[in-house]
Ligand binder design. Structure first.
Ligand code: 4AD
Ligand code: MG
Length: 453
């Protein structure tokens, strides 16, 4: 059976009759043998292959260029070369797929913009291989975090008729032809339908039955903000906990981020070294710092006071009733506290209908976790569980309660305080890899004007 190079490189002793396969990174020929650097993407490292001129398959060597796929059988032996423990002494070689000279990844050091234009090939580079292995490990770690804490995974719908965030940024889903586009009753679902912006409302219903739940799935936003931190299609992790208040919610959010940072530090398959080398020299130090210290917690009003007395001239205005912009979030985390900051109790006017009103009548139990280099990575709140207050909120936000009758039922029948949040999966990946553009942590990014592949 074929061995993954990851396991071969970790061998504790020499082995006979190994079988590996992958894509050639480089080839060098000498008189009596050739060296091939082989990578199969299972880990960062290459396996060095020594192919003597007399082995079966050697005649295809002149056709084996960078990018070609090959299968090799042979013996794993200690390598005399510095910097590597093992090499494979080939006993046979088979060229599977040639890669002609126009293979785009001949040289190292391509720009991230260029690599985005060949997103189908970029996972074959060291950096993007590391990014997407990290993405996979982090996804698994997220499930592990929740499963180990008795959270139940709920698959909430991707097609929905309700706008959770009320921001009017939904992609419409329709089967109507252009000339009938406004005849909602004739549409597939008998009414307007959209791609979900959040699984929260549905997760709330399950929390109000199964206590601790989470969703982890794709979400879609048609916000036309062409920034390095926004995508039209991104993944969100949304836990929802019954009998939980704002404080419990902040505890859970912060412990999730710390858990994932520790996961990156302790179980990174060598990929962290690549991010440190090519992306961010101080990455490990920053992650260790975040893992070992408590997050700062401050109210929105205190954050505003700090910003107003900072002496910094921000582009966007700062004030008691205003939302924090990315530049403000970054000042708090990078300049002032120099660590992650959880901001809570935001003005009610700037937040969605479902957030619980505080006793002051002015703020809601919202919370955002902000991290250095990125700003907001988590947004959440305690939910309004009081029927009368929720009904007032619908009115204030201009929403039709009839459309949310199922959501209202939760407040009618055995209502409980509950809370939850959404962690942006790509923002988390940016944080733990140091990658500065969201397009570079998504296999095939969807952003305004871009839907290739
Ligand atoms: O703050 P948001 O909008 O919160 C919600 O959607 C809540 N319904 C979540 C909940 O309470 N269950 O989004 C949550 C997170 C943000 O903090 C951010 O990390 C990420 O989702 N996010 C985006 N990531 C990439 N591209 C976008 N356009 C994003 N919009 C939000
Ligand atoms: Mg938010």
């Amino acid at each position: 059976m074929r061995s993954l190079i990851k396991h071969v490189l970790r061998s504790s002793e020499p082995a006979a009759d190994l079988h590996v396969a992958g894509w050639v990174r480089t080839r060098r020929d000498s008189k009596s043998f050739s060296f091939l650097e082989l990578n199969d993407g299972s880990c960062l490292g290459n396996l060095q292959i020594i192919a003597d001129t007399n082995i079966p398959g050697y005649e295809s060597i002149p056709k084996i260029h960078t990018g070609a796929s090959i299968v090799v059988r042979g013996h794993l032996v200690h390598s005399p070369a510095p910097g590597q423990q093992w090499e494979l002494q080939a006993s046979s070689l088979e060229l599977i797929g040639e890669a002609p000279e126009d293979y785009p990844l001949q040289k190292k050091g391509h720009s991230s913009e260029f690599l985005r234009s060949i997103a189908h090939l970029r996972p074959r580079t060291n950096l993007y291989g590391a990014v997407f292995r990290t993405r996979s490990r982090m996804a698994f770690a997220i499930h592990r975090f929740f499963q180990e804490r008795d959270f139940i995974c709920v698959h909430t719908p991707i097609i929905t008729s309700s706008d959770c965030e009320g921001a009017g940024e939904m992609f419409r889903v329709t089967t109507l032809s252009d000339d009938k586009i406004s005849r909602d009753a004739e549409d597939f679902f008998g009414k307007r339908a959209f791609l979900t912006v959040s699984g929260q409302l549905e997760a709330e219903t399950f929390a109000c039955a199964l206590s601790n739940v989470y969703t982890f799935g794709p979400t879609f936003r048609a916000e036309n903000s062409n920034t390095s931190r926004h995508a039209a299609e991104f993944w969100m992790i949304e836990p929802e906990v019954a009998f939980c208040d704002l404080e419990g919610n902040m505890d859970l959010a912060e412990s999730l981020v710390k858990f994932l940072v520790n996961e990156m530090l302790e179980n990174n398959e060598g990929d962290l070294a690549i991010f440190e080398k090519f992306v961010d020299k101080g990455l490990r130090e920053r992650l260790e710092f975040v893992a070992s210290r408590p997050f700062e917690r401050i109210s929105h009003s205190r954050a505003v006071a700090l910003l107003m007395t900072s002496g910094v001239e921000f582009t966007y205005p700062v004030g008691p009733g205003l939302n924090l912009q990315s530049e403000h979030e970054r000042w708090l985390t990078e300049e002032h506290f120099k660590k992650p900051v959880t901001v809570f109790n935001y003005p009610k006017e700037i937040k969605p209908f479902y957030m619980r009103l505080n006793d002051d009548g002015l703020t809601v139990t919202a919370m955002d976790v902000l991290v250095p280099g990125i700003g907001e990575i988590i947004g959440g709140s305690q939910r309004e569980e009081r029927l009368d207050v929720l009904m007032e909120n619908f009115a204030k936000h201009g929403l039709d309660p009839a459309a949310y009758s199922w959501y209202v039922d939760l407040r009618k029948y055995g209502s409980v305080p509950h809370a939850g949040f959404g962690l942006g999966f790509e923002r988390l990946l940016m944080f733990v890899t140091g990658m500065t553009n969201i397009r570079d942590v998504i296999p095939f990014a969807r952003t305004p004007g871009h839907c290739e592949f």
